[in-house]
Design a binder for this molecule. Structure first.
Ligand code: ZN
Length: 584
């Protein structure tokens, strides 16, 4: 454990009994919309209404924490046998984490640091698997035990800052059940970033507010503890990492290797009404062989993987797929190069697919503009393919896809991108209607039956998506899809035509990003004005895509591992620029 990070060393008078000042802003997203949620053992738990972070406010004083972090706290078990069993389970969990880390980061080698390494169970396994290891541990007794157990590695006693570690030194950093204990998680992550080399990996295991146990037990969740100062969910841990200068974030359910005996001991030590008696009763009924058996279960945590980003500028990449848009491309591009968003760089990536109407010549005139990157495709391979090519070339933190026509209003950019910048959402859709006018969305003069056909199709496909993926979206097919580029990491795309819209939306949802729908201004074009959706062919490809997407699972770590073996290339850039991975 590294519980007292950033707390100044105790003075002669002992740790201070003064609580830190009450926070008026969220420690992650800085929003001031903080609401009192409930009290746990007289500590107030607050919730940020912007990013859903939960945290103790005010935090306990140094003295309160030092009374919790006694020598026994770090040992965990009273008997030798209990400690041996607990260590075996920790080792088994460590092997599991290391296997996942290898999928994320490749062969175990290089320098690994674990902050808050306890008695060194994880470090011993990491050392055995091939890393050169260093630990930092606050508790002297645990530190001494760890040093005895390690072969080549060592553990320094103290806080992370005491270790005076050099910049850009480590290849991997591991935080096992630590980040929830630190007083300022963002500052802590920035310090970790400093000691990692560019592209170095960070692994975090921490309790998760989205876990089944948190949802089931609510205020009785076993992770509510006075020494757990911050509680993340799958979304705001990503916000925290991106803000601290990390990227390529992958969040997975936190598998741990546990036995019934261990769980029972935990519930005895940290009693939870109803649960502790229930577990005790079960313990009396089960044979001891069953109670000792190691099982791989998801309990209350998550595993989070990320890498140190080299660049952390606020930049929006606008992807413009252009094919036969000679009538509208110029005014659209003029508006786009003139568009400003406060505090945000804008990068425009036009992918032109060898139009036959002069669009290519117009696009080329913008190639010299400092904001514009033009990619010329040899032949049209579909809008989806063009967008994928654009995504592969994007470098911004945020991505927006802009059609080369005038159906949408650029004034809406600010609201949509703002929702990402504030940390409130990772993925937003600009919704074209508020739900009431569902049947009126497309009204082309003199083309009533066509409008009805399209509106029926829209309703049908929206319903199918909502039923198949258990969502309540109103307008999943809007062009206005705006998301953090990092969301794409570990996803592979295959669709080339308009079915890519489905694929992008569904893969992001399967990876865990449910889009927020924000109303935008919209003017529909008729087919005469050049709408390029085919009336029959496209709905059929959509159905095929839906069936394929619904029946296939998303496994980002497998994709990342696969892309590494497919492209051994350089150590620093494990992922190729191949459009299929759409990132890097
Ligand atoms: Zn917040």
């Amino acid at each position: 454990m590294q519980p007292t990070e950033t707390i100044p060393p105790a003075s002669i008078a002992g740790p201070s009994a003064v609580k830190p000042p009450l926070r008026s802003h969220c420690p992650i997203c800085d929003s001031n919309r903080l609401h009192y949620s409930f009290s746990h053992q007289s500590h107030r738990v607050m919730r940020c209404e912007n990013c859903a972070l939960m945290f103790l406010n005010p935090q306990p004083s140094d003295r309160e924490l030092s009374e919790i972090y006694t020598a026994e706290y770090f040992l965990g078990h009273d008997s030798d046998e209990g400690r041996r069993n607990s260590s075996e389970l920790k080792r088994a969990t460590a092997r599991q984490y290391l296997a996942e880390l290898t999928r994320y980061n490749g062969t175990p080698s290089g320098r690994l640091i674990e902050v808050g390494c306890g008695e060194g169970d994880f470090l011993c396994e990491a050392e055995a698997s091939g890393y050169d290891v260093l630990g930092v541990e606050y508790a002297p007794a645990a530190c001494a035990t760890a040093n005895k157990r390690l072969q080549r590695g060592r553990v320094e006693q103290g806080e992370l800052a005491d270790a005076k570690l050099p910049d850009s030194h480590f290849d991997v950093c591991v935080l096992n059940d630590v980040i929830e204990h630190v007083r300022d998680p963002l500052a802590f992550l920035r310090e970790i970033r400093r000691i990692l080399r560019p592209g170095g990996a960070l692994f975090i295991a921490t309790p998760c507010l989205d876990s089944w146990s948190a949802k089931l037990m609510k205020e009785r969740w076993m992770e509510w503890k006075p020494e757990h100062l911050t509680y993340f969910n799958k979304a705001n841990i990503q916000t925290a990492l991106l803000k601290a200068g990390f990227e390529d974030v992958i969040v997975q359910p936190g598998w741990k290797i546990l036995s019934f005996d261990y769980v029972q001991a935990h519930f005895e030590k940290f009693p939870v009404p109803l649960f502790t008696p229930a577990v005790r009763l079960l313990g009396k009924m089960l044979p001891s062989s069953v109670k000792r058996k190691q099982r791989r279960i998801v309990a209350s945590g998550m595993m989070v993987f990320s890498r140190k980003a080299e660049e952390t500028r606020e930049r929006l990449s606008v992807i413009v797929p252009a094919f036969n848009e000679a009538n509208t491309i110029r005014p659209m591009m003029d508006a786009l190069v003139a568009k400003e968003i406060a505090g945000m760089e804008i990068e425009i990536i036009v992918v032109e697919s060898n139009s036959t109407d002069g669009t290519r010549e117009i696009v080329k005139q913008y190639a010299a503009h400092p904001r514009v990157k033009v990619i010329l495709e040899e032949k049209p391979r579909g809008k989806g393919r063009a967008v994928r090519t654009g995504l592969a070339a994007a470098t911004g933190k945020y991505v927006l896809i802009q059609d080369a026509d005038l159906e949408y209003d650029m004034e809406d950019y600010d609201t949509l991108v703002g929702a990402l910048v504030s940390g409130r959402h990772a993925f937003v859709l600009g919704s074209r209607h508020g739900g009431r006018n569902l049947w009126k969305m497309r009204q082309f003069t003199g083309q009533r039956s066509l409008s009805s056909y399209l509106n029926l199709g829209h309703w049908l496909f929206t319903t199918m998506i909502n039923v198949l993926f258990w969502k309540r979206l109103r307008d999943p097919f809007t062009m206005f899809k705006v998301f953090r580029r990092d969301c794409l990491y570990g996803l592979r795309f295959e669709c080339n035509r308009f079915d890519f819209d489905f694929e992008l939306l569904i893969r992001l949802m399967q990876k865990g990003y449910t889009p927020a729908e924000i109303p935008v201004n919209y003017r529909s074009r008729s087919f005469k004005e050049g709408k390029k959706v085919s009336m029959w062919r496209d709905p059929l490809t959509w159905l095929a895509a839906l069936a394929r997407l619904r029946t296939s699972k998303v496994d980002p770590l497998a994709e990342i591992a696969h892309s590494r073996t497919a492209q051994p290339a350089t150590e620093a850039s494990p992922l190729s620029a191949e459009p299929a991975l759409a990132h890097r």
